[in-house]
Design a protein around this ligand. Structure first.
Ligand SMILES: O=P(O)(O)OC[C@H]1O[C@H](O)[C@H](O)[C@@H](O)[C@@H]1O
Length: 470
């Protein structure tokens, strides 16, 4: 790839720093004060690595070693199937969706097979809306469809319900060959999908242990769907490896983008910025905001710190898209409560450009647009929005991608994952579990009649007596 494509993504944090317009923003001195705790955090994360937990570096090398095998299987699927349907939820679906949207044309499924280089159409079903699910299943030629059932635990009710429906339909349509239409991606050794894949003969890909669902995009969770759709998973991994190396080796906070973003995030959170707006200025990164929202919310939204003290901490992620949400949310951002920080993700050069035609007969108030590229308008709007936020004393920063390709997307994923890990250390919490989702899961088991949950079922039914309905 040309040097520009290979260059690392950049962080412009000018908008977070103290200035005349923003005297309450962070100063270089404030940032320097983070160095000691950042060093402790770095050592703690490297120790986790030594214990085989969250070892991004080892994971990426392991995945680099598996990439060829994943690619070969993806190529085999492309020759034999027209549709690839991902069944999963949360970290088992958001990453694949985000990377597909970033690196494939949005009309990918509408393209002819030739224009898709004979790669399958790609669908992600990450909800259990019966209408949508049935519409999709009825639209597919099941004999030409592969279902990738992704669940790290193998116990997620939504994904397992989808699996049971699809498995029955495939048995009816494909008879004894039904298992040639299911590939599972799950834990090394535990959960229903391990047993089922052994008993029913499904191809299985393994999510390495020590890597949580929301950190699993650069495992077969994301790599297989990406390879099936013709995305260069080798470049994706190389970008991630480059960013991982920089973050792992760079001890100086001012040169380490993950440490810097974590210090800025921690500083702003402690000064009442309880909301973090993630606003890419590229349609291809719209779902990346969804993936980041889970990463940020589920990792940092915690009741207890590591000493079991109640702290009820976290920072609420808001997904936004530039320029679109300038027309729906910026009014709040500039004149509402100053309780937010903003991250814009920009792309210096888009793959395509469109010239806005000039027409001198038109009114001046639209004629000025003529002669510019459409990307110039998007870039101008981003800068104007940044300026408006700075006038309003709002803290904002930019993550700048040289362009949107597998190498830069791989870097972005690793940057955000490392940033989250550092934030967890600074907040003194466990960023890698999600105890807060258990109650909802147990309640679902109870209401669905799972044996052993009868008591909880009666508790729920007694407690939810609907009194206020209009
Ligand atoms: O991959 P699975 O085990 O099916 O889990 C899917 C999702 O389930 C839960 O909601 C967890 O909180 C998420 O972190 C996880 O990504």
């Amino acid at each position: 790839m040309e040097e520009r494509k290979k260059s690392l993504i950049q962080l412009d944090y000018t908008g977070m720093m103290r200035s005349e317009k923003n005297p309450k923003a962070i100063s270089e001195k404030d940032l320097c004060s983070f160095q000691p705790q950042m060093h402790i955090a770095r050592v703690a994360l490297l120790q986790k690595r030594a214990q085989g937990e969250l070892d991004f570096s080892a994971l990426l090398l392991e995945m680099k070693g598996q990439a060829q095998q994943i690619q070969e299987y993806a190529d085999y699927l492309s020759e034999h199937y027209e549709n690839f349907v991902l069944l999963g939820i949360g970290g088992s679906a958001l990453g694949p969706q985000a990377v597909h949207q970033a690196l494939r044309p949005y009309y990918y499924n509408e393209l002819s097979s030739e224009k898709r280089n004979h790669r399958p159409r790609f669908y992600v079903v990450d909800n259990i809306d019966p209408t949508r699910f049935k519409d999709l299943l009825e639209s597919l030629n099941l004999e030409k469809t592969m279902f990738n059932v992704i669940s790290k635990s193998g116990n997620t009710s939504e994904t397992m319900a989808q699996f049971l429906i699809v498995r029955q339909m495939l048995k009816e349509v494909c008879k004894d060959q039904f298992n040639e239409h299911i590939v599972v991606t799950t834990d090394q050794e535990k959960g229903n999908l391990v047993t089922l894949s052994e008993n029913e003969g499904y191809r299985r890909f393994v999510i390495p242990s020590g890597i949580g669902g929301r950190f699993s995009e650069l495992t077969p969770v994301g790599l297989l769907p990406a390879a099936v759709c013709g995305i260069n998973i080798f470049e994706l991994l190389d970008g991630a490896i480059a960013m991982d190396k920089k973050i792992r080796e760079q001890k100086d906070l001012f040169e380490n983008p993950a440490q810097l973003r974590a210090a800025l995030g921690c500083f702003s959170l402690k000064r009442g910025k309880a909301i973090s707006v993630f606003m890419p200025y590229a349609d291809g990164l719209k779902t990346m905001a969804d993936w980041y929202a889970q990463l940020w919310a589920e990792s940092l939204g915690k009741r207890y710190d590591r000493q079991e003290q109640e702290i009820w901490t976290g920072q609420t992620p808001i997904k936004a898209l530039g320029v679109t949400d300038q027309h729906s949310q910026v009014q709040l951002y500039t004149e509402g409560p100053n309780d937010k920080i903003f991250t814009f993700v920009t792309v210096r050069i888009f793959d395509e450009e469109i010239l806005i035609p000039k027409d001198d007969d038109l009114e001046q108030n639209i004629q000025f647009l003529g002669g510019h590229q459409l990307g110039d308008l998007l870039r101008a709007e981003h800068k104007a929005t940044e300026y408006a936020l700075s006038l309003a004393g709002r803290l904002h920063q930019n993550i700048i991608l040289p362009e949107l390709n597998a190498y830069t997307v791989g870097q972005l994923l690793l940057l955000l994952e490392w940033e989250t890990a550092y934030m967890g250390e600074l907040l003194n919490i466990n960023a890698f579990d999600q105890p807060g989702v258990e109650e909802g899961k147990i309640g679902t088991y109870a209401l669905m009649g799972r044996p052993g949950y009868e008591q909880r079922r009666s508790e729920i039914e007694e407690s939810i007596c609907k009194k206020y309905i209009i």
